[in-house]
Design a protein around this ligand. Sequence first.
Ligand code: NAD
Ligand code: UDP
Length: 333
Amino acid sequence: MSNLHSVSVTPASQRVLITGGAGFLGSHLCERLLAQGHEVLCVDNFVTGRLSNIQHLASNPKFRLVRQDIVLPVVAEVDAIYNLACPASPPHYQADPIQTMKTNVLGALNLLELARQRGIRIFQASTSEVYGDPHVHPQPESYWGNVNPFGPRSCYDEGKRCAETLFFDFHKQHDVEIKIARIFNTYGPRMRPDDGRVVSNFIVQALQNEDITIYGNGSQTRSFCFVDDLIDGFLKLMASDRSLTSPVNLGNPVEFTVRELAEQVIDLTGSRSKLVLRPLPIDDPQQRRPDISLATRELGWTPKVALTDGLKQTIQYFDGLLTQEARELAETA
Ligand code: NAD
Ligand code: UDP
């Protein structure tokens, strides 16, 4: 099945397709491109995306929303594509691993085919998970990774690796203009409270004075990038010279243990929560930090927002959301 969507033409602007546009990162990207005067066609199947993430854009005549799964062919009259569709949180992408693999592989194929037919540039939201549980630290783009092809994370890790290969081959075989961002852990407003990732879990738990669930002993590390910084990186990468076709790491190189993150969240919320230890998920990477020298050199990009400042904004968002949910519950009781 395929759909034909035409978006009215405004000469000064590009018509941009954003798959996964109702998700956490996608909604910020929609907003930023609209603010720059572009037209945005958001395609989403709402598996993890939410209407509330994009509701404020609905009155903008340059914004269109189509509910569609990218596993099916997408036909759209657009000038550029950002492919962000795929659940990013481990519990969500592991809930239906076959669909996750199809999204990553068939979705990428469908969008690359659209890019080939229209002769347009296409951006892929790849991931630091292509490095798996890395033996090289920090991770440069040249590292091939240490990925289990046969485990609970494989549908995501191997799916994203396969998508990168498809991008490479469409460029090589059909001269499609490709841009691949390897995104490291990113957080900020519009994550789902039930997203399951560490930043949203810890903040929601802290705001409700519930136990903070540390998986393993909390010594594993991640490097957390605030969403605004990441979107700056997306835009710079997409605008880069067509010769830049290799994957580019985008993330904040300041590394924290999961325990340090929990302690910061408790400090910033003034929570009475206690830290509790839970089993470490299978194949959970022990350490992760991007080497961003390529992004700095080629794009002039470095993240600006310190973890404390980004956490403050994210805490404020979740505080507002939980207060609103509590009010709505009281009204219906
Ligand atoms: P998210 O789960 O909030 O957003 C994903 C969006 O894609 C959702 O709106 C979802 O409904 C949509 N979607 C999923 N499968 C789809 C399908 N088959 N067809 C159409 N829409 C579909 O996740 P996010 O954090 O916004 O991540 C966006 C992209 O960035 C993902 O591709 C993810 O793999 C990648 N990424 C994110 C991070 C991060 O830290 N946020 C890190 C690495 C990579
Ligand atoms: N984590 C944790 N408690 C939680 C959620 C996650 O300790 O409630 C840990 C998880 O085991 C991992 C790290 O935090 O080591 C980051 O997890 P997340 O799911 O956010 O991202 P990813 O593992 O994909 O980097």
